[in-house]
Design a binder for this molecule. Structure first.
Ligand SMILES: [Zn+2]
Length: 121
């Protein structure tokens, strides 16, 4: 089961603007963590207005997941697995679907999908 840092984030998860492809990646991550670790993931941020990052949060194509309370190495292992299954863009292999990074608010798992067409965008 997914958990959310705030009611606001829970509302954003239900928002029709959130990429369906990204939802599918989040569902995979949720199942994987449940199976490997036995706990639920916490979504900490979905929509953010355009700031200094790449802008995927501003266009409903990025989510952040809390990892600070995960066992060491789990987030990195999971990110590798996600990136093998869900290619961000075959023509831009340097771009990744899953990143473990710290952009100022602490290390977390960032998931993103590229802009697409139609309902799967
Ligand atoms: Zn992010």
């Amino acid at each position: 089961m997914l958990r959310f840092k705030t009611d606001e984030v829970a509302g954003e998860w239900r928002d029709g603007r959130l990429s369906l492809r990204l939802r599918a990646v989040v569902r995979f991550v949720d199942s994987w963590v449940k199976e490997q670790c036995g706990f639920d993931i916490v979504l900490t941020s979905i929509f953010r207005p355009q700031t200094t990052d790449s802008g995927v949060h501003a266009t409903w194509r990025g989510v952040d997941i809390r990892t600070r309370d995960w066992p060491e190495g789990v987030a990195e292992t999971l990110a590798r697995e996600v990136n093998q299954i869900f290619r961000y863009d075959v023509s831009r292999p340097q771009m990744k679907t899953a990143l473990v990074h710290d952009v100022g608010q602490g290390t977390h798992l960032h998931l993103q999908v590229k802009a697409g067409e139609g309902a799967w965008g």
